[in-house]
Design a protein around this ligand. Structure first.
Ligand code: AMP
Length: 900
């Protein structure tokens, strides 16, 4: 801390005080503040620091104490008054009041108890850190109250955390005080720019998270570590980008340092719209050939790309057709068609159609690029070719020219005139129409003809014949047929069997499939999830921050449903492929679920640079935040209804063989109808996403307060450990978002659980519900109820609401531990106003005054109905005031433990 403070023992006239004592701890000499007045009761010895200035902007500081406490047993029976704890107090002030010390100005922060007391000569040094805040005045004093312990205070360290000034992805962020999750704006470093202001979050732990930075080095500069350096001579970078400087391309002059382009050498060119990396026009196309295509008058030209492309990617070709004789050439004219076109061809091929079979065509192909216009030379390739008649024409129609009772005269027209040098032949096949019924074999009469007409004699009168004609190529290969029935036409009716299938994907999946079982996560996701077109999504407002980026409220246009509100989870820019897959794994998992109490996935956007996960929108956000401050506003019946929903969702998940591992009220979302839905899936979520996650001795992060002992101890995560977490969620819900185990440390929680302590019933909690919680927290996991049992049990309670009437025993001493609720006999508050202020209930100052409650003695005598009569109506406020009074009466409150 930049503000050093010294401790001073303060003389309170009527008691003995702390002394400075030389103590040897582990061979080192220390000066300690010590007190050891254990002979008589009613000790009240104070030690106070000098004024500690609060740095503006910090509202919370940490106080780390190291101290030694002597075991009372070592004094034998000599001292009945001996204690083993002392108290930490704070008093805020806008100015240094010097040695003027008033106990009443201090409010209690915590009771400090040693982990280990000292019995013999070896001193056991304890270290304890407490967070104090919110602070608002210019500074503060810390006070240490001894009430009869034998204590030596070795050191007091007062500090706050900051996120240190940092450079991330080419943006610089200032040092920022870390006392809550806070968004911080930064700026791009020198020679870098960005369209959006760089942003990042500073966590309460002093860590930078979720950088949203798009800074890029200017043209002529490249990123080297945390700076943008000018390109070296001979190198260049053309634009603002994340690219590195590149060597000047061939045929350019060497550049100077910091160049954004390299100038072309003589004879080389660059178009204005060109990247500065290319310089010369392409050479001629090579190996131009042609091939006649099946069909009418079509041929295809092929060629190879030029040897010199000039290093450009905009290479294109154009084709010109001419009809040439020895003397001159004329254009082929409009009639000829090119597919895909005569110019701007990207592939080295083109199909030419509507050609005449009698003519020789000359095709000229030119390769072009964006710099061709600057060059006088036009390198081209040329071929002269004609249609090649390996391919016979088609016969599309047969005409009946004449008939007699026993003969028919037929003629037909081929699609193309046969060239003079090739003699086309036709094959005519015919049979009686009803001959097909004679056995399996169909027999035709076949005639090969070299003319396109024929007369057939010797036919049966009044009989239907079928004729088929096709042209034969030079090798006798057939062209397309033409078919004709003469005399009577026959109509066929065909029946089709229509088969109906019930496609598999409409049946509910029986088993959850871990996305890891797929080698390619991109296949896994599209098996379960719909890809959404980004154009139907509109983002509106940031509503949260997840591990991978911001969460937005937005709308999705759905044909027939109009615009529906959705939540859009985004992947921050600059992610790695691994992060992208982890991000999308949540959708792969969510997409397999379909249940009213599981957050519904609308779809994903993966084919777009910024991947997104789109889910239904839950108006009331996370369950814990939704409940906080609503003490008593929601009746128990409704809370139990919410729990029933969560249990139903969890039953569904356990039926699917899915173990959630991070069930907690913060991971349940609430919609406008107060329906609860389980959320937060994904493979990495417990490991990285959850701020509650704590590294265990075996590595890996676990949200200790919510996790069953067997899962903490040896990672036995099962539906039964989810049931334990569900019990904690029940407690969170019934306690209106209170933090489980309050400010106990994770270590203390684990210790208490192993010693068979359990959370006490929240205030006003139905006894049946608390009993269910205790069942969920049975040490032996196989004895815990299953989600099926829980849903059935809650259904039963909801069907007979009187079952919720009996309220579980409630011990106020452990349920509320506002730092300032305990203070012995109430004398630490000089006035009723000061006391109300300390419990943040100043709004009732006047009501108390009006009711004539002006001294703390009167406050201590208040009963429930008195408080109500004073005008305190809100149940939450009622509770806070009533239990603060209880706390004032019973100073031991903050030391109580709860046991089952
Ligand atoms: P997550 O990354 O899922 O923990 O989301 C971060 C925060 O965004 C949550 O704590 C919620 O406040 C909010 N959020 C996430 N999904 C939704 C949703 N479907 N509807 C409303 N708020 C949401």
């Amino acid at each position: 801390s930049p503000h050093k403070a010294h401790l001073a023992a303060v003389n309170v006239s009527w008691c003995s005080t702390w002394e400075i004592v030389q103590t040897v701890v582990n061979g080192t000499l220390f000066y300690t503040y010590s007190v050891c007045s254990i002979e008589t009761t009613e000790q009240d010895n104070w030690l106070r620091t000098t004024f500690i200035q609060r740095r503006p902007g910090t509202s919370r500081v940490s106080v780390e104490l190291s101290f030694v406490v002597r075991d009372c047993n070592t004094f034998g029976g000599a001292s009945v008054a001996c204690k083993e704890t002392f108290n930490l107090f704070i008093s805020e002030a806008d100015a240094d009041v010097g040695t003027n010390f008033r106990k009443g100005q201090f409010r209690k922060v915590a009771t400090i108890a040693p982990d280990e007391v000292t019995q013999g000569r070896v001193l056991k040094v304890n270290t304890e850190t407490k967070t104090v805040g919110p602070l608002s005045k210019k500074g503060f004093y810390l006070g240490f109250q001894d009430v009869g312990a034998c204590v030596a205070l070795l050191s007091v360290r007062v500090y706050y955390k900051t996120c240190p000034s940092t450079v991330q992805s080419l943006a610089v962020f200032p040092e920022t005080v870390a006392d809550a999750l806070r968004e911080v704006e930064g700026a791009c470093i020198e020679n870098a720019v960005s369209q959006a202001t760089p942003r990042i979050y500073c966590t309460a732990e002093g860590k930078w998270v979720v950088p949203m930075v798009q800074c890029q080095c200017l043209a002529g500069y490249e990123a080297t570590g945390d700076s943008c350096q000018a390109c070296k001579p001979g190198y260049f970078k053309p634009s603002v980008s994340n690219d590195l400087c590149q060597v000047c391309p061939d045929n350019t002059k060497p550049s100077a340092s910091g160049a954004s382009e390299c100038l072309c050498e003589e004879g080389f060119f660059r178009a204005p719209s060109d990247p500065p990396t290319s310089a010369s026009p392409p050479s001629a196309p090579r190996d131009l050939t042609s091939m006649t295509l099946p069909g009418e008058g079509k041929l295809q030209l092929f060629w190879s790309p030029p040897l010199v492309t000039g290093g450009r990617s905009d290479l294109m070709y154009s084709v010109v057709c001419k009809l040439c004789d020895e003397a001159s050439c004329i254009p082929c004219g409009e009639k000829i068609r090119f597919e895909p076109g005569p110019t701007n061809l990207q592939d080295p091929t083109v199909v030419v159609s509507d050609l005449d079979s009698h003519l020789n065509y000359t095709f000229t192909v030119e390769a072009q690029s964006g710099v061709s216009q600057f060059s006088a030379e036009r390198p081209t390739a040329t071929i002269t070719t004609a249609l090649d008649y390996t391919d016979p024409p088609k016969v599309t129609e047969i005409h009946l020219a004449d008939r007699s009772p026993t003969s028919l005269s037929l003629s037909w027209t081929p699609t193309r005139r046969p060239p003079a040098h090739i003699n086309h032949r036709y094959e005519l096949m015919y049979r009686r129409k009803d001959d097909s019924t004679e056995g399996d074999v169909t027999t035709y009469k076949v005639l090969i003809l070299d003319k396109s007409f024929v007369q057939i004699d010797g036919l049966l009168p009044a009989t239907t014949y079928t004729f088929r004609v096709h042209a034969l190529g030079p090798e006798g290969n057939p062209g397309s047929y033409s078919l004709m029935h003469v005399c009577i036409s026959v109509i066929y009716t065909a029946y089709f069997l229509i088969m109906t299938f019930s496609p598999d994907q409409h049946k509910p999946l029986k088993m959850y499939i871990d996305p890891h079982t797929y080698e390619d996560p991109n296949i896994a996701i599209h098996k379960f999830v719909t890809e959404i077109d980004p154009s139907v999504i509109g983002k509106q407002k940031v509503i949260g921050v997840g591990e991978f980026g911001e969460v937005f409220r937005g709308v999705m246009k759905i044909p027939g449903r109009g615009e529906v509100p959705v939540a859009i989870k985004t992947l921050k820019p600059g992610y790695s492929e691994k992060q992208r897959q982890d991000f999308l794994s949540e959708a792969t998992i969510m997409g397999q679920f379909s249940h009213p109490n599981i957050i519904h996935l609308e779809g994903v956007i993966t084919k777009f640079k910024h991947a997104m996960i789109v889910t239904e929108y839950m108006e009331n956000g996370a369950l814990d935040t939704h409940l906080k401050g609503r003490d008593g506003e929601i009746p128990p019946y409704q809370l139990v209804g919410m729990l029933r929903g969560i249990a139903a969702g969890m039953k569904y998940l356990s039926d699917m063989n899915y173990v959630h591992r991070d069930l907690a009220a913060r991971n349940v979302l609430v919609n406008g109808n107060l329906e609860c839905k389980v959320s937060d899936f994904g493979l990495s979520r417990v490991l990285e996403d959850d701020a509650e996650g704590t590294y265990t001795t075996r590595g890996g992060k676990i949200p200790i307060r919510w996790t069953a002992p067997e899962a903490i101890a040896y990672r036995k995560f099962t539906s039964a450990s989810d049931v334990w977490s569900f019990g904690i969620v029940m407690w969170e819900v019934m306690a209106f978002g209170e933090r489980p185990y309050w400010d106990m440390s994770n270590h203390e929680v684990m210790k208490a659980i192993n010693e068979n302590f359990r959370l006490p019933a929240p205030m006003d909690c139905p006894s049946t519900i608390y009993q269910l919680m205790l069942q969920c927290w049975l040490h032996e996991r196989l004895k815990r109820p299953r989600f099926l049992d829980i849903v059935n049990f809650l259904d039963k309670l909801l069907k007979s609401p009187e079952s919720l009437k009996t309220i579980a025993d409630f011990d106020p001493r452990v349920s509320i531990r506002l730092p300032s609720t305990s203070g012995g006999d109430g004398t630490m508050f000089r006035s009723v106003a000061e006391w109300l202020e300390s419990i943040k209930m100043s709004q009732y100052k006047e009501s108390f005054a009006r009711a004539g409650i002006t001294t703390m003695e009167q406050v201590l005598a208040l009963r429930h109905e008195d408080i109500r009569n004073i005008g305190v109506r809100l149940p939450g406020h009622m509770k806070r005031i009533a239990y603060s009074i209880l706390g004032l009466k019973d100073e031991t409150s903050s030391l109580s433990v709860f046991a089952v």
